[in-house]
Write a protein that binds this ligand. Structure first.
Ligand code: SF4
Ligand code: SF4
Length: 179
C-alpha cells in the first residue's frame, strides 16, 4: 500500500504563492483561510546563512496526534496513501485536533467543521498531482509514494539533503524540504 508524501526543493521555490492560490481554487477554501501557505526562515549559522522559502501544509504525519485525539473519528488515516483526512460531517468542531497539531495546519471552516490539506486525494485518484504541485512554475514540488524506491520522491530523499519541520514533536511528518 502506498504511503504518499511530498518533497519540496527550497532551492527552487521563489515564494510566488501560486500553490496557495491553486489550492484555494481547487478546494473551495473560503476567502481569508488557507490549506497551504508560504513561510520564510533564515537558516544556518553566521556567516553561512541562507533564506529558505517554504510552501507549507499538513504533513500527513505517520504518527498524527490530530487523529489520536479526535473523539468522533472525523480525523482519520485514509487507506489510500495512508493520508490524514477529515470527514466534515463527522466533525463536531471541538478543535482538539487544532490544539494537537504542532504545525498550525488546520482551521475551522465557517461551516463549523475543521479543514486542512487533503493532498488533493480527489485528483490523485484520477492519476493527477495535487493542485499545488501541478501549478508550481519552478517545479519545486514533487508528490508520490515514499515507499516506492523508484518514485521521484524516494529518489530525491536518497540523493539530496533534506529536513522536516519540528521533528522533535515526534509526529514523523511526510513533507520533506530539500536544502
Ligand atoms: Fe495532523 Fe498536523 Fe500532522 Fe497534519 S501536520 S497530520 S494536521 S499533526
Ligand atoms: Fe475531530 Fe472535528 Fe474535534 Fe478535530 S474538531 S478533533 S476533526 S471532532
Amino acid at each position: 500500500m502506498a504511503r504518499y508524501g511530498m518533497v519540496i526543493d527550497t532551492r527552487l521555490c521563489v515564494g510566488c504563492a501560486d500553490c496557495v492560490v491553486a489550492c484555494q481554487a481547487e478546494n473551495d477554501v473560503p476567502i481569508g483561510y488557507c490549506r497551504d501557505w508560504i513561510t520564510t526562515e533564515v537558516r544556518g549559522e553566521f556567516p553561512k546563512l541562507a533564506l529558505e522559502i517554504r510552501s507549507e501544509r499538513c504533513n500527513h504525519c505517520d504518527n498524527p496526534p490530530c487523529v489520536a485525539c479526535c473523539p468522533t473519528g472525523a480525523s482519520h488515516v485514509e487507506p489510500l496513501g495512508r493520508t490524514v483526512q477529515v470527514t466534515a460531517n463527522r466533525c463536531i468542531g471541538c478543535k482538539a485536533c487544532i490544539a494537537a497539531c504542532p504545525y498550525g495546519a488546520r482551521y475551522v471552516h465557517p461551516d463549523g467543521y475543521v479543514d486542512k490539506c487533503s493532498f488533493c486525494l480527489h485528483r490523485v485518484k484520477e492519476g493527477k498531482d495535487p493542485a499545488c504541485v501541478s501549478v508550481c512554475p519552478t517545479r519545486c514540488m514533487h508528490f508520490g509514494d515514499l515507499d516506492d524506491p523508484k518514485s521521484t520522491v524516494a529518489t530525491l530523499l536518497r540523493t539530496r539533503r533534506w529536513h522536516t519541520l519540528a521533528p522533535e514533536a515526534g509526529t514523523k511528518p511526510r513533507v520533506f524540504y530539500l536544502t
